[in-house]
Design a protein around this ligand. Structure first.
Ligand SMILES: Nc1ncnc2c1ncn2[C@@H]1O[C@H](COP(=O)(O)OP(=O)(O)OP(=O)(O)O)[C@@H](O)[C@H]1O
Length: 503
C-alpha cells in the first residue's frame, strides 16, 4: 500500500477505514521507513580527509549503539600500525561489511592513531556519539597478497587491443610493445590478466592483457606457415660475408637440431625482476646476433672504432699455427689441439668449430679479460650459444641485428663487398636466405633479445645501437630475467614449460 495511493482513495471517498490515530501512525511509520529516517544522519566526508594516496585510504562511518562494534584491535609488532585483529561474527562491524581483519586504522573521529596504544584507543571509541568515523587502509585480499610478491614480466610480443576481436572490453585493455615491462596484478582469469605498464606514468590503473594461455593458443595458420617454412626441403645456406662456410655450418646444424616443437609455443611473457645498479658493477656483456651477412661484424667494428676506450672485443682461440705477421693474443690466442680440446671438455667455449682442419672458438676467458678492463665486451655468436653466457655473472644484453625489408636490403647492399666461397652465387638468393633466417631466429630465440636493430642504413643502425647502449649504461634500474637468480644459472630454455613454473 503506497501512501499517496491510500490518500487518493480517501480523497475519492473510497474510504476503507477512517483516518483515525492508528492509521495516521501507520502512514507516519511508512514515511519514516521510506525515507530511512530511522538512521542518524552521517555528515559528508570532509575534503581534506583524503591524502595523496587516496586509492588506499577508506573512510568508514558506523552507527554507534550501546552494543560494542564487535572488533578487536592490536598493534602490529613490525610496523607499529594499529590493525583490526578480529571481527566478531554478527556484531555491528561484521554486519556493516565495511571493516575487515587486517585493516589498518589510521584515525578515529579525526584523531590520528599514530604512536597510540590499543588501550588509548578504546576511550576514543567510547566517547563518540551516534557514529564512529574510521580512516582505514584496507587489508589486502588473498589475491592482492599474492600480488605483493610483485610479478613483473617482459612482454615478448606487441599487443594492440584495437586489432584483437576477442578482447571483452577494448577500453579496459592495455596496448603494449615487445620489450615493455608489465606488472601482473591479477591472474584470476585464465584468459585475461590484469596488468600495469611500468614506466607509463599516464596510467596507474590495471588493464586487461591476454594471459599466457590465451596468447599461446597460436592461430593454426601461423603454425602451418612456420612448419612449411622450416620443412620445405633443403634450404639454401648462407653465402654472404667473410665467414660464409663457417656460418653455413652453424646454420645447418642449428636448423636440423631445432625441430618443429618449439614453433607451436609462441613467446609470451618472461618473468623479470628489477635490478638497481651498483657503481662497482662490471658492464654488461653485449651479445650481437643476426643472420649471416646482415652486418653484425660491421656494426661491432664500427662501434669499437667509435670508442675504443669504452668497448672491447674478445680475441678468439685457434689451433691453427701462427703465421709470420701474426702476434699471440692480438689476432688469435694460438693453442695446441690438445689444449683446445681440453677447453672444450671443460666447457670453456661459448662457441667453437672447425674450419679447414683447425679449431676456432670464443673462450670465456677472453670475455673475462675484456670485462676486467672495465670495458663493454662485444661478442657475436649464434643465438643458440647465448645460453652459455645467459647468467647473472655476464648479464648479457642481447641485440638482434635484423635485415630491413628486401627492397631496402637490395638497395643498401648493392655496393657491399660480399666475399663468397661459392662461385656464381646469386645475391638475390642470399637476401632471401637472410630474411628467412632472420624470421626463424626471431621465432626461436626472440625471447632472449633485449633489442632489435634493423640494419638498413648502416649509419642509422649504428647511431641507434650506440644510443641504446648509452641508455643501458645510464639506467638506474634494469630488468633482469628472473632465471638469472635461480639455482640453475645456465638455463636459457625459455620454453612454455619454463614459464608454467611460475605462471
Ligand atoms: N647496412 C649496411 N649497408 C651496406 N652494407 C652493409 C651493411 N651492413 C653490413 N654491410 C656489409 O655487408 C657485408 C657483410 O657484413 P658483416 O660481415 O658484418 O656480416 P655478418 O652479419 O657479420 O655476417 P657473417 O658472420 O657471415 O660475416 C660486409 O661487406 C659489410 O660491409
Amino acid at each position: 500500500f503506497h501512501r499517496t495511493h491510500m490518500l487518493r482513495m480517501c480523497q475519492n471517498g473510497m474510504s476503507f477505514f477512517s483516518l483515525d490515530r492508528p492509521f495516521q501512525s501507520l502512514l507516519y511509520v511508512h514515511d519514516a521507513v521510506a525515507q530511512r529516517d530511522f538512521e542518524p544522519a552521517l555528515p559528508s566526508v570532509p575534503d581534506d580527509v583524503l591524502e595523496e594516496d587516496e586509492d588506499s585510504v577508506k573512510i568508514v562511518s558506523l552507527v554507534k549503539t550501546k552494543e560494542p562494534l564487535g572488533a578487536t584491535i592490536k598493534r602490529d609488532e613490525s610496523t607499529g600500525a594499529i590493525v583490526v585483529a578480529r571481527i566478531m561474527k554478527g556484531g555491528p562491524a561484521d554486519k556493516s561489511g565495511l571493516i575487515h581483519e587486517g585493516d589498518e586504522l589510521k584515525e578515529v573521529n579525526g584523531i590520528s592513531l599514530e604512536c597510540k596504544k590499543p588501550k588509548e584507543i578504546i576511550p576514543l571509541l567510547a566517547c563518540s556519539q551516534n557514529e564512529v568515523k574510521f580512516k582505514i587502509i584496507p587489508a589486502l585480499s588473498k589475491d592482492e597478497m599474492s600480488n605483493k610478491k610483485k610479478l613483473f614480466v617482459r612482454a615478448l610480443f606487441d599487443y594492440d587491443p584495437v586489432e584483437d576481436p576477442t578482447i571483452p572490453c577494448q577500453d579496459a585493455a592495455l596496448a603494449f610493445k615487445r620489450g615493455n615491462i608489465l606488472q601482473i596484478v591479477s591472474m584470476n582469469d585464465d584468459t585475461w590478466w590484469q596488468a600495469l605498464h611500468i614506466g607509463d606514468s599516464s596510467s596507474n590503473r590495471a588493464r586487461l592483457i591476454p594471459s599466457q594461455q590465451l596468447q599461446e593458443r597460436c592461430p593454426f595458420y601461423y603454425i602451418v606457415h612456420l612448419f612449411y617454412q622450416n620443412y620445405s626441403g633443403s634450404r639454401r645456406s648462407f653465402r654472404l660475408g667473410k665467414k660464409s662456410r663457417w656460418a653455413r655450418e652453424r646454420a645447418r646444424s642449428w636448423r636440423w637440431s631445432t625441430g618443429v616443437h618449439g614453433l607451436v609455443c609462441p613467446s609470451t611473457y618472461t618473468e623479470v625482476i628489477p635490478h638497481h645498479k651498483d657503481s662497482k658493477e662490471r658492464p654488461r656483456l653485449v651479445v650481437l646476433v643476426g643472420p649471416g651477412g646482415v652486418g653484425v661484424n660491421e656494426l661491432k667494428r664500427r662501434l669499437l672504432i667509435s670508442d675504443p676506450e669504452r668497448y672491447g672485443v674478445t680475441v678468439p682461440y685457434t689451433s691453427r699455427p701462427k703465421r709470420k705477421q701474426e702476434n699471440e693474443g692480438v689476432e688469435y690466442h694460438f693453442v695446441s689441439v690438445h689444449t683446445f680440446e681440453e677447453h672444450i671438455l671443460n666447457q670453456r667455449f661459448i662457441e667453437y668449430g672447425r674450419y679447414k682442419g683447425h679449431y676456432y672458438g670464443t673462450c670465456l676467458d677472453s670475455l673475462h679479460k675484456v670485462l676486467a678492463e672495465g670495458k663493454v665486451c662485444l661478442v657475436d655468436v649464434h643465438p643458440s650459444s647465448i645460453k652459455h653466457v645467459y647468467t647473472c655473472e655476464f648479464k648479457p644484453y642481447v641485440v638482434f641485428v635484423k635485415p630491413p625489408r628486401i627492397e631496402e636490403l637490395r638497395l643498401t647492399r648493392r655496393r657491399a663487398k660480399f666475399i663468397c666461397d661459392d662461385v656464381g652465387t646469386n645475391p638475390e638468393e642470399d637476401f632471401e636466405d637472410m630474411m628467412d633466417m632472420a624470421e626463424t631466429m626471431e621465432s626461436h630465440y626472440g625471447h632472449l633479445f633485449d633489442k632489435v636493430i634493423v640494419n638498413g642504413d648502416i649509419a642509422t643502425a649504428l647511431r641507434e645501437l650506440k644510443a641504446d647502449l648509452k641508455k643501458l649504461e645510464e639506467a638506474d634500474v634494469q630488468w633482469f630475467p628472473a632465471e638469472w637468480f635461480c639455482s640453475s644459472p645456465t638455463t636459457a630454455q625459455r620454453s612454455c614449460s619454463h614459464l608454467s613454473g611460475w605462471i
